[in-house]
Design a protein around this ligand. Structure first.
Ligand code: PLP
Length: 302
């Protein structure tokens, strides 16, 4: 592998150096690894520009405060690091992750306040949660009986790596032949899935859960698009049976934007093809990527 290809596979910022992604490593004793004691955010680069980076940085700083983590960097300094990772990779579309871990307290101490928090970042090629065929025909989701960890245990609005519930749900769904999974709350309302929020459409009205989940930036983009397109939107509890009876279902995620769902459990959604509102939102989502208000251009020459 030549030097440029090492970088085009991705670039990481670790220990204040920029390295090819394959060489990036963190200390095994970092509580980020030992205890999932970390927070993160993912911003995308599309056609040479960050999309809604301000919203991602705001959420990242909020998540850090919520978990009493300090990245030791301002949003402007983080933007500089992320830009440099993308520039060194040369990637025009990229999945860019920023991470703050607890680090490691002095040996023998179990006091998280004594740990020196660490900041890491990386840029890799854009990650899609659905392959081209799934984007065209729609995903098949299984509603799991696994409950998403309750908000009173782990605040879902602060991004975290408490993913065992999501991962076990995903494994169950994949074993059953579905493409992905939705977790529920104690009352059987759908909450979210591994890396995405969920929306339904019934009689021209859009609806999405209002509690218990991460407030995705793509979810916010869907909310903003609904407002701009004059679509009625309800933020409320969504029982699984209501989702199965919807005319349309789709996911929102930084890993591909608006992704159609055409089957939930054994139920075909609508006509079995991505519906008109989903298609309109997919189109608008990508059109908004050209709007200068949402773009921060990357200087690849610096
Ligand atoms: N829900 C969870 C648990 C997630 O991890 C993510 C993204 O990683 C989302 C929802 C979607 O958030 P966003 O739209 O900001 O990508």
């Amino acid at each position: 592998m030549d030097a440029q290809q090492q970088y085009s596979d991705g670039v990481a910022y670790v220990g204040a150096s920029y390295v090819p992604i394959a060489q990036a490593a963190i200390p095994i004793t970092d509580w980020g690894f030992l205890r999932s004691d970390a927070t993160y955010d993912v911003v995308t680069v599309w056609d040479g520009a960050f999309f809604r980076i301000d919203a991602h940085l705001d959420r990242f700083m909020h998540s850090c405060r919520r978990w009493r983590l300090n990245p030791g960097l301002s949003p402007a300094q983080i933007t500089h690091i992320l830009t440099r990772c993308v520039r060194m990779s040369g990637l025009r579309s990229s999945y860019v992750e920023m991470i703050c871990t607890r680090g490691q307290p002095p040996w023998g101490s179990r006091d998280p306040r004594q740990a020196v928090n660490q900041f890491y970042a990386f840029a890799v090629p854009y990650v899609w949660l659905a392959n081209p065929q799934q984007r065209e025909s729609g995903l098949h989701l299984q509603v799991s009986d696994i409950q998403r960890i309750p908000a009173k245990s782990v605040d879902p609005r602060a991004k975290n790596y408490h993913w065992n519930d999501l991962t076990m749900g995903l494994l169950g769904a994949l074993d059953a032949g579905a493409d992905s999974v939705l977790l529920v709350d104690a009352a059987g309302n759908v909450i979210e899935g591994p890396g995405f929020n969920v929306f339904g459409v019934k009689d021209g009205v859009l609806f999405t859960p209002d509690a218990g989940m991460l407030e995705g930036i793509s979810r916010r983009t869907v909310i903003d698009m609904a407002q701009s397109l004059g679509i009625r939107l309800e933020l409320r509890s969504v029982p699984a049976c209501e989702l199965r009876a919807a005319d349309e279902v789709f996911l929102s995620t930084s890993g591909g934007g608006v992704l159609p769902v055409t089957r939930v459990d054994r139920q075909t959604i609508g006509s079995g093809e991505p519906g008109p509102m989903t298609r309109k939102l997919v189109e608008t989502y990508w059109a908004w990527h050209s709007d200068p208000a949402f773009r921060l251009e990357i200087d690849y020459t610096g």
